[in-house]
Design a protein around this ligand. Structure first.
Ligand SMILES: *Cc1c(COP(=O)(O)O)cnc(C)c1O
Length: 383
């Protein structure tokens, strides 16, 4: 066989494909940057909601974001190791984290209490470089951030350490529990109280930040100097006020088709039985690839130009489609999820079918699918 022949007959890639469209991330970022009153922080935690943290970060930074946010120090360091030099804040770390690493990489740290503050300050005092901290108040989540009775103690300790030169209080932050349901009035009021108290101690944080995607899009009173947006970058508006663009497209070729008689049980536990004779197609994506098991019955894929239902239990590696009389053949490509331009199922539909959050669908995707990244046309090398 000649080399040319070998090339011509080389099998095309038949693996499931997860396409990440950074042009959508770019457009969403521009929309969010217009909505934000002042600064925009791109939150790229959980690998950029499954889209690739560095790719989403660079795209966002060239389309209107000024800084980056992540949950953990490890995520922040990973961005630095990708060569990204923009300001990065991380907010969810144990007291005993490697703060020396944070200082070395010039990473801002949110502190939810005096223990965190003291631990960072102690390391910073040794290095001679003040730690950049954001005082993190619990403004109604009861999840993270300092509870209200500890606000005074936290602010006073921060003031003392700032005077001593081991920390610089650059930010005051809260997070809203209820913003997806309209203005979170208790959250707003709590943040106002917190910030007033911080100022009373003599601290002057440059940035106050409270809003995530929902409040960025719907509640300007929460914007202050900075909005922190994650979900919106990848097309989710938890408040449902704004149509943003989905940035992933998941496809897979049909592995096989079979004709079955009425009464044929399908999949584990025979949770579905063919009510009449029909044709079934096997699509090689299962819960191991992020397909929510709870999505069937209900879920559909786009195949042969039609919406066709998934039937039987979702397996780890595959799902079965009842194609009926649609002219489906092995090798035809099923569109499982996409922005919806061509009638394919959207992220919002998958979240509804799976009785889960669109965020959870996105962070679960991937598995065995081959990733393809479509870069944004105006993307410069953001550092
Ligand atoms: C995830 C997160 C955000 C971003 O929220 P989205 O709703 O995804 O925009 C902002 N702040 C904190 C503290 C977060 O954990």
């Amino acid at each position: 066989m000649t080399a040319a022949h070998a090339l011509a007959s080389a099998p095309t890639d038949t693996r499931p494909r997860l396409e990440v469209d950074l042009t959508a991330v770019a457009a969403n970022t521009e929309h969010l940057a217009r909505a934000a009153t002042k600064g925009l922080m791109a939150v790229v935690k959980a690998d950029g909601f499954g889209h690739g943290a560095a790719a989403v970060a660079r795209t966002a930074l060239t389309h209107g974001a000024n800084s980056l946010g992540v949950a953990t120090l490890a995520e922040a360091v990973a961005l630095r190791e990708e060569g990204i030099t923009a300001p990065v804040l991380c907010w969810l770390n144990p007291v005993a984290s490697d703060w020396e690493l944070a200082l070395r990489h010039r990473i801002d740290v949110a502190v939810p209490g005096v223990a965190h503050l003291d631990a960072i300050a102690a390391v910073a005092a040794c290095t001679g470089v003040p730690a950049r901290v954001h005082l993190h108040a619990d403004t109604g989540m009861a999840r993270d951030g300092a509870p209200a009775p500890q606000w005074v103690g936290l602010a006073e300790r921060a003031r003392r350490l700032e005077r001593g030169g081991s920390v610089r209080v650059v930010g005051a932050m809260g997070h809203l529990a209820l913003a997806a349901g309209g203005p979170d009035l208790p959250g707003r009021a709590a943040f106002t109280r917190f910030h007033r108290l911080v100022r009373r101690t003599g601290l002057r944080p440059q940035v106050r930040h409270l809003a995530a995607t929902a409040a960025t899009l719907a509640d300007p009173a929460t914007h202050y100097e900075l909005c922190r947006v994650g979900a919106g970058l990848v097309g989710i508006d938890p408040g449902g006020t704004t149509a943003l663009r989905g940035a992933v497209r998941l496809t897979a070729p049909v592995v096989s088709v079979r004709d079955v008689r009425a009464g044929t049980g399908v999949g584990y536990g025979h949770t579905w039985t063919a009510p009449h004779r029909t044709r079934l197609a096997l699509v090689p994506l299962g819960y191991g690839d992020g397909i929510p098991p709870a999505a069937v019955p209900g879920a559909e894929v786009l195949l042969a130009g039609r919406r066709l239902p998934l039937v039987g239990a979702v397996s780890m590696d595959g799902v079965v489609v009842d194609v009926g009389d649609a002219p489906v053949r092995a090798g035809d490509v099923a569109v499982v999820l996409g922005p919806g331009d061509h009638g394919e199922p959207t992220l919002a539909e998958w979240a509804r079918w799976g009785r889960t959050l669109p965020h959870a669908v996105l962070t679960g995707l991937g598995g065995r699918a081959v990733r393809h990244v479509v870069t944004a046309p105006t993307l410069r090398s953001a550092r």
